[in-house]
Write a protein that binds this ligand. Structure first.
Ligand code: SAM
Length: 214
């Protein structure tokens, strides 16, 4: 019974990730990019990371990776299934908040404005936080060190290479507005504003993305 629940969590992970992202991915193709910063190594890394999104399906529905299993206590696996679902939720909320300003790489679109509401009023990179939560939790839920090694290596490297460049580009485009925003927010996680942060995730405060920055 518990094993079935964990298998379902593993199987829905890539499906939720793909389905949530799909409309934004399509929308992104229509938008005019005015500035970008993505070196070739990031394109390679991103494509490799994208392939690993499918690994949970391989782990769940085939025997290819079965021999790389550890034995992790059920209580730990159950707890991590909760953090994995939280990760999927934060991933969805950050997409819903960023809307058509989402892009797969570090780039600025025509009429880009700074989002500072909802979950973005507490942390600057909720989508990357979600990625970390999902990848780490997946290791414990699946117990599969082979898939988890590739998932974690590619996603962690991608995010760590990207965050600084993304913030640099945002400072270049939004100037003092982004510097002020940085002062008020944490990069990936907030202990100081943990409760309001949780509230913003729980109640999806998607209320009116300001068209112009405040
Ligand atoms: C994959 S999204 C990730 C957004 C953010 N780093 C996160 O983790 O939630 C990357 C794009 O989002 C855009 N972006 C990031 N933060 C933003 C903000 N606060 N307001 C508007 N656009 C933002 C940037 O143009 C960047 O190219």
């Amino acid at each position: 019974m518990l094993e079935t629940y964990l298998t379902v969590v593993m199987a829905i992970t890539p499906l939720v990730m793909i389905l949530v992202r799909l409309p934004y991915k399509i929308n992104n193709l229509k938008k005019k990019i005015v500035m970008s910063d993505y070196p070739i190594y990031e394109t390679i890394l991103r494509n490799l990371a994208m392939i690993t999104v499918l690994f949970p399906l391989v782990d769940t529905f085939t025997d290819f990776t079965k021999r790389f299993q550890l034995s992790i206590p059920m209580a730990v696996r159950l707890f991590c299934s909760f953090t994995l679902l939280m990760g999927l939720y934060v991933y969805s909320v950050s997409h819903f908040t960023l809307k058509d300003l989402w892009s797969p790489t570090v780039e600025i679109k025509k009429d880009h404005h700074l989002i500072t509401n909802g979950i973005y009023q507490y942390i600057r990179h909720p989508m990357y936080l979600a990625g970390f939560l999902i990848s780490i939790s997946y290791f414990f839920v699946s117990q599969n060190y082979f898939s988890s090694f590739f998932i974690n290596t590619f996603w962690f490297t991608l995010y760590f290479c990207r965050i600084e460049r993304e913030e640099k580009l945002m400072r270049k485009v939004f100037g003092s507005q982004y510097i002020e925003y940085q002062k008020k927010t944490s990069r990936l996680f907030t202990f100081r504003n943990f409760l309001p942060f949780l509230k913003s995730v729980t109640f999806i405060s998607l209320s009116k993305n300001p068209k112009k920055s405040n």
